[in-house]
Design a protein around this ligand. Sequence first.
Ligand code: ZN
Length: 305
Amino acid sequence: MDFIKQNHRNESGIVYVLSKRDCDAVAQELEAQGVSAQLYHARKGKKEKNEAYDSWMQSRTHVIVATVAFGMGINKQDVRFVIHKELAMSIEGYVQESGRVGRDGKKATCLLLYSFDDYQTVVKMIHRSRDKSEEALKAEMNSARAMLGYASGLRYCRHTTLATWFGEDDLLPCAHNCDTCMRKPRAPHDTDVTQMTRAIIRAVRSAQLKGVNITALQLPSLLRGSTAVKLMAKGIQDVQEYGSLKGNPFWSMERLQKLIIFLIVQEVLELFVIVKNDLAVCYVQHGRVSDTVAERCLRIVWPEK
Ligand SMILES: [Zn+2]
């Protein structure tokens, strides 16, 4: 909200959100803060959608709050900002959506906000449709994972990262146009986390064998020997590596959570979805390369910063 008010007051922009419910809430909040906003999502009628679109195209409304349903064929030249309030569904989608800024060649901003929870929401959305082929599911998961890697990566230029994903590898870093290039240069900090990764794989496999479903955010608690009632009731105390990091000052909850996100991006771990009483929950399991790491054929180096 402040970002729009301070940097783009009375300018055209798009705010992308994942859910229709969020669409309403954000548009209302913007209006309450004195920023003219319209919303656009699949559940709106055709007439309402057209009105919102026309009003924004003619700059009578400054901000359009939309789900991915919005965007096909937009060619508005003076879009000054695109905000993703959450992680985009896919890296291809992100490029398309953020590519709608600054078509007039003037300065414009893309802002991506993300939390790991968004990634879990995206994974659940991908798994929602039952008639999806195995291949389609895999392709969508790969693209969502790439998006998680893009959002959580701290070291490489955003422009070259996207270019690499789309097959161009001869681009130089942008130097001063993205957050990683603008941040003060810091000494790169690589940590060899191969041993820790193997311990995590042992824990995840053991949990799977014992039928204990754990979420990616419960995994650090398991390793640090949490005695939380909810987790003990699941039986985490019977899982291998339970408490192996108890009191370990280096592997704090926060650092472990970051490492687990990195391991998901690297396909050492993977999320899967269980739906119970209409409620979908993401749990963690071993990923495509976990065997290779566990069999000591692959080292894992974590570019922590
Ligand atoms: Zn850059």
